[in-house]
Design a protein around this ligand. Structure first.
Ligand code: GDP
Ligand code: IMO
Ligand code: MG
Length: 421
């Protein structure tokens, strides 16, 4: 059996969507297991250009069945829009996309509270996507959540009534406007009616698939260092992002997760607050302009920095990474010199990522190593040998530092701009 987890080894936006789209040709099942529509995964293929938030990025491969596990939180309106958009583009998701009835719903009050909490924190804000992610996961673990399964009885109305009694008090106290029961009930009953054909228990699909040796491609949302436990808390997201989350989020026993592809950007980006040791602050510099990106979900400008090998090394250890998919190598073309962070110093002592908390990580000094760049455009390279020697050396240096082979290399945003090694 082959279960492949595709995870980001930095702070998100490593290019997981593209990697999953590329790998999906060989997969039977493509699945999301964590997060929600805070994710924004870019896919560029024969169907067009897509920014996907909830549907697995492997859905474009017509041989696949898409699964959205119970570990994912769902904004029904976003899911409906996405399904409609994919069907319009000719991808055809009906009859091959299943959503777990165990998944929790993002309710209007979750989005309102997300914004109110962020504003209350001022300068210490996490910089969330304001999609209601923290509040919905908080409700999940405090037994206050609403799930699809609640619509099969009158539990939905009962639970909504209690939640609105609680949440409206907080919303009003913080200066917001109370939500009306009837309006929320009717809106969500309407979503359920439209999404019902996609809602199906995944237990037997997953178990039968594992038994029949089907290939599962598991698409992580966010990145390793946004993980609630192992990320830069409190500048993290509300779900577990390391591969073990796929076990709870989909019902796949841990022993099956035997391949972990660590998608790693050739430099570093981060959206929102929190430490970024290799951050480049000079917005006029050549590298800042080269590395600059716009966030796929919120349209914010991503913060940028040099590649941090301590981060990649730690991700490899935490996730049991078996191979690296290096992305955006093409973006480094034209730099005379490339800096990489080989490790950290704090008060003159060497420290590792795990030795410090988020506030300590903000104080570490990166120990930089400089590598010669290359001037050639590499977007047409399709084999490792097509790459200039200095680009090859950059790749080898990453393998050595992480102790994991680089088996895929991205040289452009399109699916085919990929080197398979
Ligand atoms: P994800 O959240 O991990 O799926 O990543 P995003 O889609 O949010 O951000 C990655 C960005 O990099 C997107 O704009 C992709 O189209 C782009 N991208 C991915 N791989 C490559 C690559 O190898 N080269 C270039 N130039 N762009 C890439
Ligand atoms: P993908 O899957 C990058 C960040 C937010 C914020 C923190 C908490 O596209 O890589 P949240 O809304 O989750 O409560 O915000 O996490 N964040 C992401 N950053 N890529 C993502 O997803 C992210 N999802 C959340 O910017 O700092
Ligand atoms: Mg993204």
């Amino acid at each position: 059996m082959t279960v492949i987890a595709v995870i980001g080894s930095q702070w998100g936006d490593e290019g997981k969507g593209k990697a999953v789209d590329f790998l999906a040709e060989r997969a039977d099942y493509v699945a999301r297991f964590n997060g929600g529509n805070n994710a924004g995964h870019t896919v560029i293929n024969q169907f067009g250009t897509f920014k996907i938030h909830l549907v697995p990025s492997g859905i474009f491969a017509q041989n696949t069945t898409g699964l959205i596990g119970g570990g994912v939180v769902i904004d029904p309106q976003v899911l409906l829009e996405e399904i409609e958009m994919l069907n319009k583009a000719g991808v055809g998701v009906d009859g091959r996309l299943w959503v777990s009835p165990r998944s929790h719903l993002i309710m209007p009050y979750h989005k309102i509270l997300d914004g109110l909490y962020e504003e209350a924190k001022g300068k210490g804000a996490t910089g969330t996507t304001r999609r209601g992610i923290g509040p919905v996961f908080a409700d999940k673990v405090s037994y206050n959540g609403i799930r699809w399964t609640d619509f099969t009885s009158d539990m939905f109305e009962q639970r909504l009534e209690v939640q609105l009694t609680l949440k409206n008090k907080i919303i009003v106290a913080l200066g917001g406007e109370a939500l009306k029961f009837e309006a929320v009930r009717d809106e969500y009953r309407g979503y359920y009616a439209r999404l019902k054909p996609y809602i199906r228990e995944l237990f037997s699909i997953v178990q039968d698939g594992l038994k029949a040796n089907k290939i599962f491609l598991l698409e992580q949302a966010m990145g390793t260092f946004l993980d609630t436990d192992w990320g830069t808390y409190p500048f993290v997201t509300a779900s577990t992002t390391i591969p073990s989350a796929a076990s709870a989020g989909l019902g796949i026993p841990p022993k099956y997760i035997n391949n972990v592809v660590g998608v790693t950007k050739a430099y570093t980006t981060r959206v929102g607050g929190g430490p970024l040791p290799t951050e480049i602050h000079d917005t006029e510099s050549e590298v800042y302009k080269k590395f600059g990106e716009v966030a796929a979900t919120t349209g914010r400008i991503r913060r940028v920095g040099w590649l941090d090998l301590e981060i990649v090394r730690t991700a490899a250890q935490l996730s049991g990474m078996t191979e690296i998919c290096l992305t955006k190598l093409d973006v480094l073309s034209g730099l005379k010199e490339i800096q990489v962070c080989a490790g950290y110093k704090l008060n003159g002592e060497s420290v590792r990522y795990a030795d410090v908390d988020a506030y300590g990580l903000d104080k570490v000094e990166p120990v930089y190593k400089s590598l010669p760049g290359w001037s050639e455009d590499i977007t047409q390279a399709r084999t490792f040998e097509d790459l200039p020697a200095n680009a090859q050396n950059y790749v080898k240096m990453i393998e050595d530092a992480a102790g994991v082979p680089v088996k895929m290399i991205g040289v452009g945003p399109e699916r085919e701009a990929t080197i398979r090694r």
